[in-house]
Write a protein that binds this ligand. Structure first.
Ligand SMILES: [Zn+2]
Length: 213
């Protein structure tokens, strides 16, 4: 840009102020550009040669990737709340989840509570026990005397064997190998499924399986 253009003079003055530590829009634009360059690996020259729609797409995709990465890092951070212990075993991407399409409100709510460890299982109730939390190995299902966590409720608890049958039947229909999977893999298969028909059945099971004694 020619120095004789007033806009160029103003821009250069703002650059000088930014270099001196003042918070100007030029400084914020530079910060944004530096962040973008760190995550996109594209030179300024190549970026400026793009059409406006391509620039927009490139920016959106670069910042989305950066956000997804930082979101996943925070989720898997060892300091993250214990409440997320199960959630992080099946949630690995920041995205809209198909369970939100489950039409029945009770089923959808049960799915949301179950996914976020707000389903009143002993594993969670024991965490809030006063004056001290109950040790994890002692947070037992009253029926089976095994730790009552999400895997136990969804796939193992004897109390819900009959209620669970349609769910297991649906899983076998969708995946021929379901019966051969180990329990944690079956749990992961169900919790990461985007199959709406399966999600309806899971939601139905969770809304009918009593979630507190
Ligand atoms: Zn049980």
């Amino acid at each position: 840009m020619s120095q004789s253009i007033p806009a160029a003079k103003i821009y250069n003055d703002l650059c000088t102020l930014a270099d001196a530590g003042f918070d100007t829009w030029v400084k914020r634009a530079h910060n944004l550009y530096n962040q973008f360059q760190n995550i996109s690996n594209i030179s300024l020259e190549s970026f400026l040669s793009l059409s406006k729609p391509s620039m927009k797409r490139k920016l959106k995709s670069a910042f989305q990737k950066a956000y997804d990465k930082s979101w996943l890092q925070q989720l898997n951070d060892s300091e993250s709340p214990p409440k997320l212990r199960t959630y992080k075993t099946f949630k690995d991407k920041f995205c809209f989840e198909n369970y939100l399409y489950v039409p029945d409100t009770k089923a959808r709510t049960a799915l949301a509570r179950f996914r976020t460890s707000s389903y009143n299982l002993e594993i969670e109730i024991g965490r809030h026990h006063k004056p001290e939390p109950i040790p994890i190995p002692d947070r037992l299902c009253k029926e089976c005397s095994e730790v009552e966590d999400e895997v136990h409720r969804l796939l193992q608890c004897k109390r819900f064997k009959a209620l669970r049958e349609p769910l297991i039947g649906k899983c076998k229909l969708i995946n021929d190998n379901f019966s051969n999977m180990k329990t944690p893999d079956q749990f992961n298969f169900i919790m990461t499924s985007s199959n709406r028909s399966l999600l309806n059945v899971v939601g139905n099971f969770l809304s009918k399986a009593p979630n507190s004694e």
